[in-house]
Write a protein that binds this ligand. Structure first.
Ligand code: SAM
Length: 317
């Protein structure tokens, strides 16, 4: 999309005027360049604002505390069951997570060294982000992207270890993301990412089917215990959705609830719309092991009813 409007929190009238101007100038390559630069500038401002907020400070602490507790438990469990080497990735990820101030923005060269051990082996977390939305025109999505950038820094995850996908991204948005240094996935996986190493999924306000698909794809004690999801509260989903529908259509969310630990992000009035109903979810190994055996026997791929309520864009056949 050429010349996407980088939305501002300020008035509709200004946005309408800007949109009209953009529509008039549609097709100008210069405008696309302007859009990208203005957009990146707007994003930097949003990031700076968020970084200095109490909301970010408090969210960062909650996320680090949850992750730390979770990785300690996972490392201990992996060591116990499979020997010291198995727990190594988690221990190293954990050491990487010390509560130190976020480092200065790394250059492309130094970022490739971040989180690498002396042999160059990657030891830090991976991050996958689904459902960010059109951050060039939607202020909420822009704040969520700024939060993602701060999160990568706080967790010392190099940008090249972050994968982002939303089927609605415009060409301009893909370019902005590429310039940021994160990977933009080109294929719609419908959220079915197979987790092979400690991974944090950032999925703010995504459709229920996306969370359910992700859980289905990783339906084992080992895979689930490697992942952490920042997204809509699963307990909130359970409360809002009719019990019968929840158990039938979103059965993987329903089943994992018994073994999940979630902690809500703090609520601050000015970020209410942007991060409402958001929590960090961990699936502790010990709790997963405690689930009845039949929990793991049913592994059918989810199929959803074709109704308007489904908030997921399917892969093109
Ligand atoms: C309710 S919107 C949330 C957008 C934004 N995060 C917000 O809070 O305003 C859900 C988002 O999920 C995205 N989405 C739908 N299907 C998807 C898929 N298969 N993979 C990744 N994202 C998807 C939509 O395009 C949309 O941007």
């Amino acid at each position: 999309m050429v010349g996407a409007a980088w939305g501002t929190p300020g008035g509709r009238r200004r946005r309408r005027r800007k949109k009209k101007k953009e529509e008039e100038e549609e097709g100008s390559p210069l405008l696309e360049q302007d859009g990208e630069m203005a957009g990146e500038q707007r994003l930097r401002e949003t990031r700076a604002e968020l970084q200095s907020s109490e909301f970010w400070d408090s969210s960062r602490r909650i996320i680090l505390k949850s992750l730390h507790r979770h990785l300690v438990a996972v490392a201990a469990a992996a060591k116990e069951t499979s020997g010291p080497a198995a727990g190594e990735a988690f221990v190293l990820a954990l050491e990487n997570l010390q509560l130190t101030p976020p480092p200065a923005e790394p250059t492309l060269d130094s970022s490739s060294q971040l989180g690498a051990d002396p042999d160059g082996q990657a030891i830090c977390l991976l991050c996958v982000c689904y459902g960010l939305g059109n951050f060039s025109s939607c202020v909420k999505a822009r704040y969520q992207l700024a939060f993602l950038i701060l999160l990568l820094e706080a967790l010392k995850i190099p940008k090249k270890r972050c994968y982002v996908f939303d089927p609605v991204f415009s060409a301009l948005e893909i370019e902005v993301l590429n310039n940021l240094g994160v990977n933009v996935l080109l294929e719609n996986e419908e959220g079915k990412w197979p987790t092979q190493e400690p991974t944090i999924f950032y999925m703010i306000h995504c459709g229920k089917a996306l969370y359910n698909n992700l859980l289905w794809r990783n339906w084992s004690v080992e895979a689930l215990s490697r992942m952490v999801i920042i997204g809509n509260s699963f307990r909130g989903i359970e409360e809002r959705v009719l019990s019968k529908t929840f158990q039938k259509d979103y059965s993987y969310i329903a089943k994992v609830l018994m073994a999940s630990e979630e902690e809500a992000l703090p609520s601050y009035p000015q970020y209410m719309d942007i991060f409402n109903d958001t929590a960090i979810h961990c699936f502790p190994w010990g709790k997963l092991r405690g689930l009845p055996q039949e929990t793991w026997t049913f592994q059918e791929e989810p199929v959803y009813p074709e109704d308007d309520q489904l908030e997921i864009i399917r892969k093109k056949q």
